[in-house]
Design a protein around this ligand. Structure first.
Ligand SMILES: [Zn+2]
Length: 129
């Protein structure tokens, strides 16, 4: 995603870009990480729907450079995901980036999520590396 960072003092964050769907992408520091957020234009309160945290600002910017919101569900390299699960409008263009994931971020086909309440949880035995 091509960005033109602009610091927004009122929000204490950087506006990076608006994508084709009108989602506003922002970068902001968290307590121990840096977050990339996506806010839909129709959100009545202007709150983000998507958030991914990165270990540092450099990792976030590197991920954003490779991230195409039109074809990729989420950027790579994040250490934590919050908010809604996102599906890119043209996700079929990059199936290698857009395999189905459960709410906890694990690939459903791998069956290795350990959250007991996960909708994708199975009784498959633990895998050995
Ligand atoms: Zn899960």
């Amino acid at each position: 995603m091509e960005i033109t960072p602009e610091y927004v003092p009122a929000l204490e964050q950087w506006h990076l870009a608006d994508d084709e769907a009108g989602i506003a992408w922002h970068m902001l520091p968290m307590l121990t990480t840096w977050a990339l957020t996506g806010t839909r234009p129709d959100d009545p309160a202007g709150c983000y729907s998507y958030r991914w945290c990165f270990s540092d600002q450099r990792a976030l910017l590197a991920a954003v450079d490779q991230f195409d919101p039109a074809t990729m569900d989420e950027p790579s390299g994040h250490v934590k995901r919050k908010g809604e699960r996102r599906q890119a409008p043209n996700r079929d263009a990059h199936p290698e980036y857009n395999r189905d994931r459960c709410a906890h971020g694990k690939y459903v086909a791998d069956g290795d999520c350990r959250h007991v309440a996960c909708e994708a949880w199975t009784f498959a035995p633990a895998r050995t590396p």
